[in-house]
Design a protein around this ligand. Structure first.
Ligand code: AHR
Length: 498
């Protein structure tokens, strides 16, 4: 059995965790909206057509912010198509997903729905085919109380009170040739800057997010980030990052995704800090990892011009859930700069929640590590000084066999430690040194593991891949040692007497 040692010292804090790192994403993509969160004909629909069973699954995940309405969809979308009487709303072609959009769900429906999901909105404005002026009209519609053309139209449309969205994304992946209205870094930087100025004139209390590189593999990475920030550094509050992973036949590479994400975040952080130094700026640019996940099915052409086609409905397995756990650790360990992050996405399209249009809701394997971390890794994040063996991966070279995170919430006295063992052959005996947190008592130990790495949840076997409770006496409280079987994900919750 391998041995490892981890010291977490209360004096070595990373940061307060911004709860918005546990955000997610609803795009007009496939069945995310239609037959996902919104399905007026479903037996579970409430009086606004929102599926109550889906809302309940989302509420259990505890998602504080949700990005909307895209994604690639955004760059050809006219928000005005989605307001007013439903019978008057136009049916349009959506170029991003080659789908039919009937616009029966728009910004007002999202505002109502997100309240029921106990979540704030992260609203994205179209900077592909859209203009800064139209973005200004949207924020006027949403955030101005009354007395102007667009705010009065919102009131006329049945929303007396403003929606008051406080986070705004300036376009989506504008470096991508797949984007409707792709821009060069210079053109995007200027458009983002001018849009940010308008949005903040309308509502000075908002935060805005500029598009960073959509992937590490982009030929323009990381030059794009430098150029964009060079143009709009003082006008924006966040730079966005997107990152997706998939299993391509090599398990050790896939399991090491957490390591790659860490590298990506560090590179973008350095790019942002370079611009800060160049501008002699006092401002630290925070990062919004507003799309991250495991994603397999990318061919959308099979459902050309259908309404709500079943696209990108990835069926996640145990190995995907382990990878998601590792990625969550990386996000929390970078919480000094990553202040927002969105699991992409939330329902049906590459999502932890799956709906049957004629039936119930299924929680995919990846639902569970997200739910655990989002609910319990709160308060402050602490450095994990981990000493463990390394695995040799073809893609990333030597990578630590364990990935972990540790948080402590002073208000509740709960200290929570999550750890992923990526070793494919052996268990690891981990000794935890938590002395600086006083006397700790183990309250709960949950583990996610199984004999079949490719096992999935189905409507017939919905709990095939879920964490199980382990007897807390398995943790040696005097020595604070715990055995981590090969390929396992753990949540250990301790109560401190501090
Ligand atoms: O989340 C799916 C898609 O991935 C988003 O629409 C786009 O921004 C990214 O390429």
């Amino acid at each position: 059995m391998k041995k490892a040692h981890c010291l977490v010292n209360k004096n070595y804090e990373i940061s307060d965790i911004d709860e918005r790192v546990y955000g997610s994403f609803i795009e007009h993509m496939g069945r995310a909206v239609y037959t996902g969160i919104y399905d007026p004909n479903h037996v579970e629909a409430d009086n606004q057509g929102f599926r109550k069973d889906v809302l309940s699954a989302i509420n259990d995940l505890n998602v504080p912010i949700i990005r909307y309405p895209g994604g690639n969809f955004l760059s050809g979308y006219n928000w005005k198509d989605g307001i007013g009487p439903k019978e008057d709303r136009p049916v349009r072609l959506d170029y991003a997903w080659l789908s039919i959009e009937d616009n029966s769900f728009g910004i007002d429906e999202f505002a109502d729905w997100s309240k029921k999901a106990n979540s704030a909105g992260m609203i994205a404005v179209n900077l592909g085919t859209g203009t800064p002026a139209e973005a200004g009209q949207l924020i006027e519609y949403c955030n101005i109380e009354k007395g102007t053309q667009w705010s009065d139209l919102r009131i006329k449309n049945g929303h007396e009170k403003p929606h008051n969205f406080k986070v705004w994304c300036l376009g989506n992946e504008m470096d991508g040739p797949w984007q409707t209205g792709q821009l060069s870094a210079e053109d995007y930087g200027k458009k983002a800057r001018e849009t940010a100025k308008i949005l903040k004139w309308v509502d000075p209390d908002i935060q805005v997010v500029a598009c960073g590189s959509s992937a590490k593999e982009m030929p323009t990475f990381p030059e794009w980030d430098l150029t964009v920030l060079d143009i709009c550094y003082e006008q924006v509050d966040f730079l966005s990052l997107h990152r997706y992973y998939e299993y391509n036949g090599n398990k050790s590479d896939f399991l090491a995704s957490f390591y790659d994400l860490d590298d990506f975040i560090h590179t973008i952080k350095s790019a942002a800090d370079f611009v800060k130094a160049k501008h002699r700026s006092e401002k630290v640019m925070n990062l919004s990892l507003d799309e991250w996940n495991v994603w397999y099915i990318k061919n959308m052409d099979v459902h050309r011009w259908e309404h709500a086609p079943a696209i990108a409905e990835d069926v996640y397995s145990l190995i995907d859930a382990l990878v998601v756990g590792g990625l969550l650790c990386t996000i929390v360990n970078n919480s000094d700069r990553v202040k927002m992050a969105c699991l992409a996405q939330l329902v049906n399209a590459l999502a932890p929640i799956h709906t049957d249009p004629n039936g119930g809701v299924l929680r995919r394997s990846t639902y569970y590590p997200f739910m655990q971390v989002s609910n319990y890794a709160r308060g402050k994040a602490y450095k994990n000084l981990m000493v463990c063996e390394k695995v040799l991966t073809p893609k990333y070279g030597e990578v630590p066999v364990l990935q972990s995170l540790c948080t402590y919430d002073e208000e509740t006295g709960f200290l929570v430690f999550f750890v992923l063992n990526t070793d494919q052959e052996e268990s690891v005996e981990l000794k935890l040194d938590l002395k600086e947190f006083g006397n700790v008592e183990v309250v709960e130990h949950q583990v996610l593991m199984g004999n079949d790495l490719f096992a999935v949840n189905t409507f017939e076997k919905p709990e095939n891949v879920i964490p199980t409770k382990v007897n807390v006496s398995d943790v040696n409280i005097d020595e604070l040692t715990v055995i981590l079987p090969k390929l396992s994900w753990h949540m250990l919750r301790f109560k401190s007497d501090l």
